[in-house]
Design a protein around this ligand. Structure first.
Ligand SMILES: Nc1ncnc2c1ncn2[C@@H]1O[C@H](COP(=O)(O)OP(=O)(O)O)[C@@H](O)[C@H]1O
Ligand SMILES: [Mg+2]
Length: 463
């Protein structure tokens, strides 16, 4: 009997233990599956709650503490869960968002875009830039959606929402800066175009002005050339009449002689022949004078190589006499071994020398001291480098007054009243400097003026 009781007690005890084992197994399963979050342990005088940190817990913390908005939604777009970050974006408590349709939080103009994102999300995943709107508050966001399906549970949509206000603001600022830059570039381009047009106009008027000025100068120069030709012609006539005075006197005397001899019956063949011969000699001399002078005053056509000394001597052979009569002695000297050939216009050159000599003679003869022996010293030499021919013409006519010495090469500068044209030295400077590439200068030296002509030695002389 006692044995029977103990068997029954044992079976009961086993059943009791089996029950407790089942319970413990259930609890363990519950703990394992995450159904139990915490365990309450009762102690003698206290009760303690132990929270269980199962695997999902860390994800829960992650989702709760992240800065991006996170949502779980039904396929229809109803919010089942949202984290604090999403609720903070809209400045409301997250509890107010549970059960709300996400589309109602999207700005109207973005609804189309949202719907197409939703279609993508339902078939896998999708992303879009949208704008949330909640009571006058608008927030630009970047939304990324994924569908989650399990066999047991219905499909959920998970959404991560990033506030891109800062990025948008930066983009807008960048865009604004870009527009501003573009505007400024356009402004500067327009300014440049205006300046360009102004420069173009200026260039055109400048060109026109240059042409006008050049024409004016050419006309001016032509006028002076014309005037100087007239002056030269006047000079030539003056020189010819000077040269002709003597032969004309002789011819008129002989004509008179023929007339008187005939009246007195003394006109025989010898007298006629003698007189005719002498007249013919004089006429020939006169004709030669014309030829010589015409040649001298004829403008040279092209540059030729000529010897400066020979050209001066040739000219003096015609006019030396005239200077002698005015009591002016002309001497020509050169340095030994000088190279005296230049390239240029010999007639014009000798004309320049004649102009200077005439001025010298005028200065000498106008000096008050009577019986002044005029002296003109011509010296031809080379510079140290031996690449220039230097002609120095010095007189003893008292020099040029200091108040006009800087003006004498300008046109119409003359101290000779109606006897002077004031063009001689002006034209001389043009011939030497513009036509022959040399220089013509003047200075006062002891007792007179000294003119200096410098010309390049002929190219054919330079080896
Ligand atoms: N050798 C000189 N001595 C003094 N004065 C001179 C001499 N050569 C030129 N002049 C001055 O220069 C002026 C200009 O000379 P030029 O141009 O030949 O014109 P013009 O002889 O017709 O006056 C002369 O009027 C004179 O006053
Ligand atoms: Mg003169």
């Amino acid at each position: 009997m006692a044995e029977q009781r103990s068997d029954v007690a044992l079976i009961k005890q086993i059943e009791e233990l089996q029950k407790r084992l089942d319970q413990a197994t259930d609890i363990l399963n519950a703990l394992r599956s995450g159904v139990v979050d915490a365990i309450v342990v009762s102690k003698e005088d206290d009760t303690e709650i132990y929270q269980i940190e199962h695997a999902d817990y860390i994800y829960q913390v992650l989702v709760e503490s992240m800065n991006e908005g996170a949502l779980t939604l039904t396929k229809e777009g109803v919010i089942l869960y949202c984290n604090k970050a999403f609720a903070d974006m809209l400045l409301i408590n997250y509890r107010h968002l549970i059960g709300v349709k996400l589309v109602s939080l999207i700005s109207e103009e973005y609804i189309g875009k949202f719907e197409s994102l939703w279609q993508y999300a339902l078939s896998g995943s999708g992303t879009a830039e949208l704008q949330l709107q909640y009571y006058g508050l608008t927030i630009p966001v970047y939304m990324s959606c994924n569908t989650h399906s399990t066999k047991r549970e219905p499909s959920y949509v998970f959404a991560i929402v990033s506030n891109i206000s800062e990025r948008k603001r930066a983009e807008e600022a960048l865009q604004k800066a870009h527009y501003e830059l573009e505007r400024r570039v356009m402004e500067r381009t327009a300014e440049l175009a205006t300046v360009n047009t102004a420069i173009k106009e200026l260039n055109q008027t400048l060109e026109q002005r240059v042409v006008e000025e050049t024409n004016r100068r050419i006309l001016h120069e032509q006028m002076f050339v014309q005037q100087s030709k007239m002056a030269a012609m006047g000079e030539m006539i003056r020189l010819i009449s000077h040269q002709w005075r003597q032969p004309l006197n002789v011819i008129s005397m002989l004509a008179q002689d023929i007339k008187e001899s005939y009246a007195f019956g003394n006109l025989d063949e010898t007298l006629v022949n003698d007189n005719v011969n002498t007249i013919m000699q004089q006429v020939n001399f006169m004709s030669k004078t014309i030829d010589d002078f015409t040649k001298l005053f004829e403008p040279s056509k092209e540059k030729v190589r000529f010897d400066v000394k020979s050209a001066i001597e040739g000219m003096l052979s015609m006019f030396g006499q005239m200077f002698k009569k005015s009591n002016v002695d002309i001497s020509i000297g050169t340095d030994q071994d000088s190279i005296l050939c230049v390239d240029g216009y010999p007639n014009e050159f000798t004309h320049v020398i004649l102009n200077i000599l005439n001025n010298d003679k005028d200065a000498i003869t106008s000096k008050i001291e009577a019986d002044l022996q005029g002296l003109i010293d011509l010296h031809i030499s080379n510079n140290e480098e031996r690449d220039k021919v230097i002609v120095l013409i010095k007189d003893n006519g008292g020099g040029i007054s200091e108040n006009i010495i800087k003006e004498i090469f300008k046109p119409y500068c003359s101290t000779k009243r109606e006897k002077g044209t004031g063009l001689g030295l002006y034209m001389s400077k043009i011939i030497i400097e513009n036509h022959m590439g040399g220089s013509l200068t003047v200075r006062n030296v002891d007792g007179g003026a000294e003119f200096t002509i410098s010309l390049d030695v002929s190219k054919s002389e330079i080896i």
